[in-house]
Ligand binder design. Structure first.
Ligand SMILES: Cc1cc2nc3c(=O)[nH]c(=O)nc-3n(C[C@H](O)[C@H](O)[C@H](O)COP(=O)(O)OP(=O)(O)OC[C@H]3O[C@@H](n4cnc5c(N)ncnc54)[C@H](O)[C@@H]3O)c2cc1C
Length: 370
């Protein structure tokens, strides 16, 4: 049995990835401790947009499309298995998206997007101006075409991550507050961790699910991952429009189940700064009001900033360490960490139990020094 100081496995980090790994480990019979220095879902996993989509993103079209699809299916299965009691009080919403083009050249680009999406079986079509304005009358004039894709889901990433933690606890995982200062090993074999206050916890397996913080822990090599900041504005806007997620010029707008309209975002390298800034707010507000002018009158109810863990080649870093037995990486999910979290958990647990390596595109083995 696990205790607060000894277990089979220690997971560092209680974001979506760490909580998913903890749930899957616990389900598979591995006594697990999760150590988190802030709080569950305190970082990016609590403040993401919450989109689950396979038709765009890093490695799409390409080697990640099928993995994203597989992970969406896992989310649906998890959501159905959770039930909807007070501890899982959130929705998995179907979302249609519009990506707009305001000139013929970008409309041509959208046409080829739709062609490959249809060839991959996504429910996607190219629509003309009249249909755009029928679907979303508040979009400014001047758009000539859009992709209309009915292939995504959205969830509240904070509640989802909390749900994963709740289910992990129900299966015996223990959550400990603390900052991991070091992963300990003897003869290149993991023996546990030391917290910043000197407390030692023992385990033969350690899974780093530390998001963008990859070089803070002695004993974990510095992974080639950068924090890439983004911000989301929550706008108060009466009415019931913007049910489609509307994207243009890298910005996105869409209404959430609580009625607020969310607007985002940017991808800036600002180190580990997680603060909300007027520069970021203005950038997003100007970006979205350029194509939905009536949002000028919406009040910004709140805004949040967080850091995506983005690997140097844009793909997750999953696998076992080449320098220390028993150390595993569940990092670098970038812009898709909420989506990929249940699949990353499966990859890690399959590696631990069955020595099945993760797919090459995400494998940590592509970086020889880690
Ligand atoms: C604006 C924005 C929008 C996004 N939208 C989406 C989206 O629509 N869909 C999607 O799939 N993804 C989205 N993402 C990406 C997603 O948020 C991340 O990929 C995901 O949250 C990463 O999860 P994680 O568990 O790896 O990291 P995190 O959530 O950062 O969790 C890592 C945890 O590890 C803890 N930790 C680190 N070091 C230590 C230590 N030494 N000791 C103890 N604890 C430690 C940290 O405190 C942190 O809580 C978005 C991101 C941003 C910024």
């Amino acid at each position: 049995m696990e205790s607060d100081t000894s277990a089979d496995a220690i997971v560092i980090g209680a974001g979506a990835v760490g909580c998913s790994v903890a749930l899957t480990l616990a389900e598979s019979g591995i006594a697990t401790i999760v150590v988190e220095r802030d709080d569950i879902a305190y970082n990016a996993s609590g403040y993401a947009w919450g989109g689950l989509s396979a038709h765009f993103g890093s490695g799409v079209p390409g080697p990640m499309t099928e993995h994203y699809r597989t992970s969406i299916a896992k989310h649906i299965a998890l959501y159905e298995s959770f039930g909807h009691d007070a501890s899982h009080d959130w929705e998995l919403q179907k979302v249609t998206s519009l990506s707009l083009a305001d000139n013929e050249a970008s409309a041509e680009g959208l046409k080829s997007d739709v062609e490959w999406m249809q060839s991959e079986g996504f429910d996607a079509e190219l629509i003309e101006a009249q249909e755009i304005y029928r679907l979303e009358p508040s979009i400014r004039s001047g758009f000539v075409g859009a992709t209309h894709v009915n292939a995504g889901l959205e969830l509240d990433s904070f509640s989802y991550t909390q749900s994963m933690a709740t289910e992990a606890k129900r299966r015996g995982a223990v959550f400990v507050d603390g900052e991991v200062a070091a992963v300990n090993s003897t003869n290149d074999r993991v023996t546990g961790i030391t917290l910043a206050d000197g407390t030692e916890l023992s385990a033969g397996l350690v899974v780093a699910a530390t998001g963008p913080w990859t070089s803070d822990v002695e004993g974990i090599p510095s992974l080639p991952i950068k924090p890439i900041k983004g911000e989301i504005l929550r706008l108060s806007r009466d009415g019931n429009d913007l049910q489609n997620r509307v994207g243009f010029n890298g910005f996105n707008v869409g209404r959430k189940p609580d009625g607020t309209v969310w607007a985002g975002t940017y991808e800036w390298d600002r180190g580990f700064d997680r603060s909300v800034t007027s520069e970021g707010k203005d950038h997003i507000f100007n970006g979205v009001t350029e194509y939905i002018p009536s949002l000028q009158h919406a009040e910004i109810a709140s805004s949040t900033a967080c850091l995506r863990p983005v690997a140097v080649d844009g793909f997750p870093i999953i696998g076992s360490s080449s320098i220390c037995d028993g150390l595993f990486y569940a990092n670098g999910a970038g812009k898709k960490g909420i989506l990929l979290s249940p699949l990353i958990a499966e990859w890690i647990v399959d590696l631990i139990h069955n020595e099945v390596p993760p797919p090459a595109v995400v494998s940590s083995a592509r970086f020889s020094e880690i």
